[in-house]
Design a protein around this ligand. Structure first.
Ligand code: P1T
Length: 387
């Protein structure tokens, strides 16, 4: 072990468990130690074993960075204190006046960071329909520096053709940032399709157990990586060693969890499709779903997130959201336990009145890894209350 070149030939599951995680050379410990030391001894000024000060670099963080970079087929990985801290680090690449094109469906906090924090500082943004690549090409704003997309999107689960968007962006000198939080590297590796930077909220599937907030960036370009690494240290949005350990532990079972998330989501989709109170089911596997063809092309499976609208409008949505027992009413997603939420009033409240506003009859499910039968019965009981 320890030889990155040899490890790159390993399968995903093997890399998740071993890359960056060789047994500790001094003790033989099989689990990566949590190195709490904030500083590291130097034998003479400037001479050390690779670590100086924990904001700049920490052994537990390095293990996580090597592992998740490998899962994204990336040369470089950078861990952050939250998904938004990782995003903020990317936005610091913007040149004066540089524009961000944001897909017209995205996490409310990403919209807030771009439109409410960065834009007033002199970095314009626009919302665009990234499923319409011809229109993107025809209406390209010349000051665009970054195209920012999620696929599948949060919360409408629209899928975007990464290669097609990258082709237009690169022809115009912009970079493409793909938020891969919903798909995870097990289902989709955006760098292989032409993305320049992959963003994660590690709080979600990477951590997988609702017990750690974290963020991640993965990329191949050396000079971009150098700039991002410089800002990671200079601005300091780094994760604690214990949090790095928790994400690293979560990643070991990512493949197993994703398989169950996907199969449980399919069972839930079938239940929803057959229920008379449901208006529309949003899931990338459905042939009429926006971006289904892109999803089928670039994903290995369709994920654990399912959204749906209700014929009874907002009142019905709020009733269902508070009526389940196994699906817990809470923000966040991607963990072993199933969650239900109302995006309009919860995760996407900050997008109200913007082009990213979501329908108020929408309910979002993060389908966990419990028994599919129990999850379906729980939802059926909640939906039956509407009739
Ligand atoms: O919460 P944080 O780790 O800072 O990550 C932000 C973030 C970034 N990108 C996507 C696609 C996300 O979904 C999130 C966070 N989302 C939720 C908390 C949510 O419930 O949708």
């Amino acid at each position: 072990m320890g030889d990155l070149e040899a490890q790159s030939g390993w399968g995903f599951e093997t890399r998740a468990i071993h890359v960056g995680q060789d047994p500790d050379p001094t003790t033989g410990a099989v689990v990566t130690p949590i190195t709490l030391s904030t500083t590291f001894a130097q034998s003479s000024v400037g001479e050390h074993k690779g670590f100086e000060y924990s904001r700049s670099g920490n052994p537990t963080r390095s293990a996580l960075e090597a592992c998740v970079a490998s899962l994204e087929n990336a040369k470089h990985g950078l861990a952050f204190a939250s998904g938004l801290a990782a995003e903020d680090n990317v936005l610091r690449l913007l040149p004066p006046g540089g524009r961000v094109l944001l897909g017209n469906d995205a996490y409310g906090g990403t919209f807030r960071l771009i439109a409410k924090v960065w834009s007033p500082l002199g970095f314009p943004w626009s919302a665009v329909d990234l499923t319409d690549v011809a229109s993107l090409r025809a209406n390209w704003p010349s000051d665009t520096t970054i195209v920012w997309l999620e696929t599948p999107t949060n919360p409408l689960l629209t899928c975007i053709d990464i290669a097609a968007v990258a082709e237009v962006a690169h022809a115009n000198g912009a970079i493409v940032v793909v938020d891969n939080t919903f798909a995870t590297p097990y289902l989709q590796q955006p760098l292989d399709h032409g993305a320049d930077i992959v963003v994660h909220s590690a709080t979600k599937y990477l951590g997988g157990h609702s017990d750690v907030v974290g963020g991640f960036l993965a990329l191949n370009d050396d000079s971009l990586a150098e700039r991002l690494r410089y800002t990671q240290n200079a601005a300091g949005g780094v994760p604690a060693p214990f949090d790095c350990y928790l994400v690293l532990r979560g990643v070991k079972t990512l493949a197993l969890r994703m398989e169950r998330h996907c199969s449980n989501a399919r069972a839930v989709v079938d239940l929803l499709l057959g229920h008379p109170a449901v208006d529309r089911v949003l899931y990338p596997q459905l042939p009429d779903h926006p971006g289904h063809a892109a999803a089928a092309k670039q994903m290995n499976d369709f994920g654990g997130m399912v959204s749906f609208t209700l014929k009874g409008g907002i009142e019905a949505a709020l009733t269902v959201a508070k009526s389940t027992r196994i699906f817990t009413l809470a923000e966040s997603l991607g963990a072993v336990e199933s969650l239900i939420e109302h995006p309009g009033r919860m995760t996407h409240a900050s997008a109200a009145g913007s082009p990213l506003q979501v329908p108020d009859s929408l309910v979002r499910l993060s389908v966990g890894v419990e028994s599919a039968h129990d999850l379906c019965e729980d939802l059926r009981t909640a939906l039956d209350r509407l009739s």
